[in-house]
Design a binder for this molecule. Structure first.
Ligand code: GRF
Length: 228
């Protein structure tokens, strides 16, 4: 099933939103970006969207710290529907979504997370990776389900962990890959060129496994390079 309108939910700087806007500009996103919503009035991504001519709204989340009130969720759903959104991309949105919201866009919500899920779900994934001592980290584009960072995986990319990494340096390396795989994952889902078998998401034409440029022995499809 193809989608006809994309909505993006943010809470902060919006660099992944920026990657989606750049992909749209470059003709690599086969879906119009109809609206950007934020739970924070001061999210820098709101200005980014407005400068790109995309409607951007702050909708207060209610009194809770990590989730939204049912009334706020209803307002988000209303705003998204009102702007013709049928596919939602979370891009640094820091709130847990509940059944009503998930049901309103059933199977049509994506997220980008800075770890190789199922390792290190939740907050501070790069810090978790460093503390665990893994030698490889990365990011995951996945469908959103009721569990935190637990939905079917659309695409992943790996990056090396360096001995002198801090959570910030590792997060910065991962972010480069997020900007690469998230627009591609959103594009595939928007175009409907995938199927889901159990937990496995099979993208038409392969893909979904990507490596940093120049990764030795890489045989998977690379985002910019199509096939190799
Ligand atoms: C990214 O690291 C993303 O993986 C996580 O939150 C961060 C958002 O960054 N979910 P930005 O606002 O897109 O720059």
């Amino acid at each position: 099933m193809t989608s006809t309108g994309l909505g993006v939910l943010i809470s902060g700087r919006g660099s992944n939103l920026g990657a989606l806007l750049a992909a749209r500009e470059a003709g690599r996103l086969p879906i119009p970006l109809r609206v950007v919503l934020s739970d924070r009035a001061d999210a820098a991504g709101l200005d980014l969207a407005r400068r790109a001519g995309v409607p951007a709204l702050h909708i207060p989340p209610g009194p809770h710290r990590t989730r939204m009130s049912p009334e706020a969720e209803e307002e988000y759903v209303r705003a998204l529907r009102g702007h013709g959104v049928d596919l939602v991309a979370l891009a640094g949105f820091m709130r847990v979504l509940h059944a009503e919201f998930l049901g309103a866009f059933d199977g049509r919500i994506l997220n980008i997370h800075p770890s190789l899920l199922p390792a290190f779900p939740g907050l501070d994934a790069p810090g978790q990776a460093l503390r665990w001592g893994v030698r490889w980290a990365g990011c995951t584009a996945h469908f959103v389900t009721a569990g935190v960072d637990a939905g079917p995986i659309v695409a992943q990319a790996v990056v090396p962990v360096h001995d002198d990494d801090t959570p910030d340096t590792l997060a910065a390396r991962i972010l480069i890959e997020e900007h690469r795989i998230y627009p591609e994952a959103v594009a595939c889902v928007a175009a409907g060129t995938f199927r889901v078998e159990g937990r496995r998401v099979i993208l038409a034409g392969g893909g979904g496994t990507t490596f940093p440029s120049g990764f030795p022995g890489s045989t998977s499809r690379h985002v910019e390079g199509e096939t190799r």
